[in-house]
Design a protein around this ligand. Sequence first.
Ligand SMILES: Cc1cc2nc3c(=O)[nH]c(=O)nc-3n(C[C@H](O)[C@H](O)[C@H](O)COP(=O)(O)O)c2cc1C
Length: 393
Amino acid sequence: MSITNFAPGVHYVGVNDRTTELFEELWMIPLGVTYNSYLIVGNEKTALIDTVAEGFYLELEANIKAVLGDRRLDYIVVNHMEQDHSGSIELLKKEYPEVTIVGNAKTADMLNGFYGINQGVHIVKDGDSLDLGGKTLTFYMTPMLHWPETMMTYLTQEGVLFSGDAFGCFGALAGAVVDSDLNPGMYWMEMYRYYAAIVAKYGISVKNAMKKLAALNLQYIASTHGPVWHDNLQRVVGIYADLAEWKAEKGVVVAYASMHGNTAKAAELVARRLAEKGVKNVVLQNLSNNDISYVLMNMARYNGIIIGGTTYNAEINPRVALLLRALKGSNAQNRIVGCFGCYSWAPGVTKKMMTALDGLKVTTLEPVEFKQSVGADDLSSLNALADAMASKI
Ligand SMILES: Cc1cc2nc3c(=O)[nH]c(=O)nc-3n(C[C@H](O)[C@H](O)[C@H](O)COP(=O)(O)O)c2cc1C
C-alpha cells in the first residue's frame, strides 16, 4: 500500500488548501486546511466519501483517476453538504454521469437547493448499508455536527469511520495523510481552535454521536479536515469528548479591546496579579489583532475567562461584543467569568457585558468599571478581580 492508500481498498484523494485566508470567510487559517475525500474500491463497486471545494475539483478528479483509471465511480457518499465538501459534486456528475449520490433526506433537500440535483440520489437512513463487494459501508445519522444533514459512514472490513467534520482540525497536510506517518504536534491546538470555532455549540451532538458509535471497532477516524487518525485515535476522541463536556485545564484567558491604551493597561495589571497569585497558564489576547478563533480556542482550553472592554458610543466595544456573542453562541459552560470595563462620561458597559452572557452555565465574578484611566482605587478593584479568579479556578 502507499502513503495515501492507508487501508486495503481505501485511498485518500483529498486536497490541501494553503491559499484561502479565512475559512468560511470568517476564521484565519495560517496553517491551511484540507478538504478530505476518500475513495473506496470494492470488488464490484466504488464509492467516494465526500468531495472538495469547487476550486479544487481538478486536483480531486486527477487523484480519483490515478486510482480508478477507466473504472466507473459508482457512488458519491455525502456525509456533509457544506460547500467545502459538496462543492465538486456537480462537476463529478458531469465526469461520471452514471454516479449515484448517497445521502439522507436532509442531504437530498440541500442537493436540490444548492445545486438543482434531484436525480440519481439514493436516500439512506440510520443503520442502512451499501455493499461494494467485499467492502460494506454503514451509515449513521449524526445530525447537528454541525449541520442538520451530517452523518458518518463506517467501513466495516477495515474499521474506518468517515466522520465528516467531527474529529476534524485546521492545518493542511505535508505529504503524509495518516498520523502514523507524521508528527501530529502542530494539529492539537488547531483541533482545539477548529472545535471552538466550528463545533463548540454542538457539544450535545458530539456526545450523542459518540454514544451511537461506541460499539464500533475503530481502526481509523477519517474526518473531512486534517490527518487521518490511527495511532492517536483515542487521544482525538478524548479531546472531542472533553471539549463537548467543556472540561478545561486550570488557566485564565484575559481578552480585551482598547482604543487608546487604558483598557490594555488594566489587562496587563490583571495578568500580572494572576501570575503573582500563582496562575501559570495566563493568556493575554488583544482582540484588535487576534483572530477571534484563537481567543475561543483558549477559552475552550482554560477554565477562567476575563474580558476587558471599553465603552464605544454608549455600547460595548464592537470587538468585545463580537467575542461575547461568539461565547454565548458556543453555549460555553463550566467557566469562571469576570469582566472589567472603562468609560469617560457614561458608566454601565460592564453591566451590558455581563448581560450579554446571561443564560450561560458559568460562574460570574464581580465586574470592575473605571473612568478614563486606572487610578489607585481601580487598581485594588482589578487586583480583587484577579484574586477572586485565582481562588476559584
Ligand atoms: C470612538 C469613541 C467612542 C466613545 N464612546 C463613549 C461613550 O459612549 N461613553 C463613554 O462614557 N465613553 C466613551 N468613550 C470613551 C472611552 O470609553 C474611554 O476613554 C475609555 O477609557 C477608553 O479606553 P481605552 O483607552 O482602552 O481605549 C469613547 C471613546 C471613543 C474613542
